[in-house]
Design a protein around this ligand. Structure first.
Ligand SMILES: Cc1cc2nc3c(=O)[nH]c(=O)nc-3n(C[C@H](O)[C@H](O)[C@H](O)COP(=O)(O)O)c2cc1C
Length: 213
């Protein structure tokens, strides 16, 4: 049986990112996979501390020497057959929690040589959820900002990641309770009703494809 791991880089356990990841999980399950959803913000961990233990010639490569709640997750990812990284966009980039996680996963599996050390090719995907509309996303060139990390994903995990963007997400159930005058809640909810099910379906398909490929 194949193993599928979804990583939630949002502090909201039931927010937009987590909802998409749960659809990917259903897709992976439909293809027969065993699945796991990891909520990064429920774990106590730090980003890479630059100790370089993972690059010592005297030590086996590909293992992060830091010991915290993330350590077993990093080990399970090595055993996985597919992984999805889900992150809300915070100030035009991935969340701090997701960035810290990626530092740990990628740097410990990367050495300063042409050698590839991740134990096998690992198909992956990025799900990004954000307040912005697609027009704003394109205007600000956010895809370019995210591209370098996707480049390292291919370099380290050996496979080009699949990408899903969910634009114009809903943050609050009741916009009238929050200072949020730049948004039109009616437009937001109308867009969500139309588009979010489409995004969830795309997430399901990606979860399934990652297992079947
Ligand atoms: C700290 C913070 C920064 C944010 N920055 C952006 C941003 O730069 N661009 C954007 O479109 N949305 C931004 N957002 C909105 C979230 O990306 C958006 O609501 C996302 O869908 C939330 O995902 P979640 O429901 O899984 O938590 C920000 C939200 C927070 C809390």
């Amino acid at each position: 049986m194949k193993n599928f791991i979804a990583i939630n880089g949002s502090p909201r356990r039931n927010g937009n990112t987590s909802t998409l990841l749960q659809h990917a999980i259903q897709g992976a399950q439909s293809a027969g996979a065993k699945t796991e959803l990891v909520h990064l913000y429920s774990l106590n961990f730090k980003g890479c501390t630059s100790c370089f233990a993972c690059k010592l010639k005297s030590r086996p490569h590909g293992t992060c020497a830091m010991k915290d709640d993330l350590s077993p997750v990093l080990e399970r990812i090595k055993e996985a057959d597919a992984v999805v990284f889900g992150s809300p966009i915070y100030f035009m980039n991935i969340s701090a929690g997701m960035a810290a996680f990626i530092e740990r996963l990628f740097f410990s599996n990367y050495i300063y040589s042409d050698e590839f050390i991740f134990p096998k090719k690992l198909p992956s995907a990025y799900f990004y959820t954000m307040n912005m509309t697609q027009t704003q996303f394109e205007k600000f060139g956010v895809a370019e900002q995210l591209k370098m990390k996707e480049f390292f994903t291919k370099r380290i995990l050996g496979v080009e990641p699949k990408i899903l963007y969910a634009f114009d997400t809903v943050q609050f159930k009741d916009y009238s309770r929050y200072e949020s005058s730049i948004f039109d809640p009616d437009e937001k909810f109308a867009y969500r009703e139309k588009q979010f099910p489409v995004d969830c379906e795309a997430a399901y398909d990606i979860g399934r494809e990652l297992i079947l490929q």
